[in-house]
Design a protein. Sequence first.
Lengths: 146, 497
Amino acid sequence: MTTPVTIVMIEDDEGHARLIERNIRRSGVNNEIMPFTDGTSAVNYLLGKDGSGLAHKGHALLILLDLNLPDMSGIEILRQVKENKYLKSTPVVVLTTTDDSQEIKRCYELGCNVYITKPVNYESFAHAIRQLGLFFSVIQVPPAAS
Amino acid sequence: LQILLLTAGFLVLVAVSAACVVFVNKAREDSGWVVHTVEVENQTNALLLEIRRAESAARGYLLTSGPEFLRDHEDAVAQILPDLDKLARMVGDDPVQRENIRKIRTAINTRLGQFVQEMQFVKQGEQDKATALVREAAAGDTNTTIGNVGTAMREEEARLLVLRTANADRSQTMASTVTLAGSGLVIALAGISIFLVRRESQARDAAESRLRDNNVNLEATVDERTADLREANEEIQRFAYIVSHDLRSPLVNIMGFTSELEELRDSIFQRIAALGHAVAAAAVPVVPVDAEPTLQGEDKQLSEDFTEALGFIKSSIAKMDRLISAILNLTREGKREFDPVRIDMRELIEAIVSTLAHQADEAKAEIRIAPLPDLVSDRLALEQIFSNIIDNAIKYLKPGVPGEIAIRGRTRLGFAVFEITDNGRGIDPKDHQRIFDLFRRAGTQDKPGQGIGLAHVRALVRRLGGTMSVSSELNQGSTFTITLPVHWNANNRNADS
C-alpha cells in the first residue's frame, strides 16, 4: 500500500488475531495493525474522545471486524462506522465465524465492503487471509474526511 | 320425572273421562227415572180418570138410559184393565207400589163387578136396584179405597220424584265436580311440567355456558402451552446456534496453531537434520554435502511421532467441525420459514429418483412409485425428507441382492400416509429409536455417514405437523411410514418465527 493505511483489527480472540496478523504479514503487507479485543475500546478509538470521528480526519483506515464480540455486536460497530460522516467511506472487512445468510445480508445492507467467513480448515483460512492481504495491497483507501 | 308427570297427567285424563262417562250415564239414568216417575204419575191419573169416566158414564146411563152413555161407559171400562196392567208393569220394580197396585186391582175388580151388575140391572129395567147399587157403591169403601190408593200412589211417586230429582242433580253435580277437579289436576300437572321443563332448560343453558367457558379456557391453556413449547424450542435452537458458533471459534485457533506447529516442525526437523549432518560431516568429511539432509535413527522416529500426533489432532478437529456444522445446519433448518405450495408428489418423487438414478443403477435397485396423494406443503422440506429416505434405502440394500424399493401413498382423515419399503438389510428393532437420534447410526458401519439424515428428516416431518415411524427386522427390509397433513398451514404445530 502506498498510502500509510492503518489496519484496525477488532477481534476478541487473541489466537485469531495472531493468525490473521501472521498471514497478512506473510502476504507482504507491512502496514501498521491496531488490534482491539473488545468493541468499546475499538469504537472509542474509531470515533475519538468526542465521538465524532473527527480525530481520524485525513487518515486512511481499513477495518477488520469480527461480529461476535464480548461487549457489543460487530454489527453495531459497523452501523456506527457507516453512519459517521468522516468514517463512512472507510472500507470494512467483516471476518467472522458466522456463515448465516441473514447475517451476511444484513452486513452488506449496512455497508460492509467484504464479508469473509473464517474457515476452520487452516489452509483455507490462511489462504483467505493472504488473499485479503493481496487485496489490501491493491485497493485504494480514501482518507477519512467529509 | 317428565315421563312420570306426563303419565300421571294422562292417567288423570283417562280417569276424569271415565268418571265423566260414568256420571253422565248415571245422570241420564237418574233423569230417566225422573221421567219414569212422571209417567207413572200420569198413568195413575189416567187410570183414575178412566174409572171416574166409567162411573160418571154409568150414572148418566142410569139416569137417561141413553145408549151413548152406555157406549162411553163400556169404552172406559175396556180401558181400565189395560191401563192398570200398564201401570203394574211400570211400577213392577217398586214393592210399595206393587202393594198399592194389588190393593187397587182388588178394588177395581170389585168396582168393575159392581159396574157389570149395575149395567145388568139397567138393561133388565130394574132402575131401582141399579140406583141402589150405585148408592151403595158410592157409600161403600171401594171408591174410597181406589181414591186413597191412587192418592197414595201419586204421593209415593211424588216422593220418588223428589228423591230421583235430587239424585239426578247430585249425579250432575258430581259429574261437573269431577270434570272440574280433573281439569284442575291436569292444569296443575301441566304447570308443574312447564316449570320443570323451564328449570331443566335453564340448567342446560347454564351447563352449556359452563362448557363454552371451559372450552375457551382449554383453548387458552393449549395456546399458552403451545407458546411455552415454541419458546422452549426456540431457546434450544438459539442455544445450539450460539454453542456451535462459540465452539467454532476456538476450533479455528486449534486448527490454525496446529498448522503453525506443523510448519514449525518442518523447520525444526530440518535444522536437526542439518545439525546431525554437520556433526557427521565433521566426523567423516568424505560424505557428500549436496545431498538433502535426512533424519537418522531416533530423530526420524521422533519426527514420525510428531506427524502422527498432529494428524490425529487435525482429523479430530475436522470431525468436530463437521459435527458442529451439522448442528448449525439443523438449527438453521429449524429457523427456516416454510412456504406451503401445492405439490404433485409423484413429480417430486420422480425428480428425486432421477437424481439418485446413478446410485440405484450401481446397487441394481429398482424403484417403483405407486399413485401418491398430492399435498399442500413446503417443497424443499419434502424434497429433503424423501431424498434422505430413498437415499438410505438405496445405500443400505443387501449386497448382491437386487434392490426393490416401493413408494406408496394414501390419504386418511386429512393426512397423507407415505410408505417407503425396501428389501434391504433391515434394522434391528432395538435400534428403531436410535436411528432417529442425532449422530447415532445402527448396523454394520460400512457406509460413510454422519448419523444426521434421519434426525434431520424427523425434525422436518415434525415441523410439517406429521409423524414418522419405521417397522423393520434385521435382514427383512424396512418400511418407513411418514404421515403428513394434506394441507399444511402456518397455524400447524411448530409454526415458529
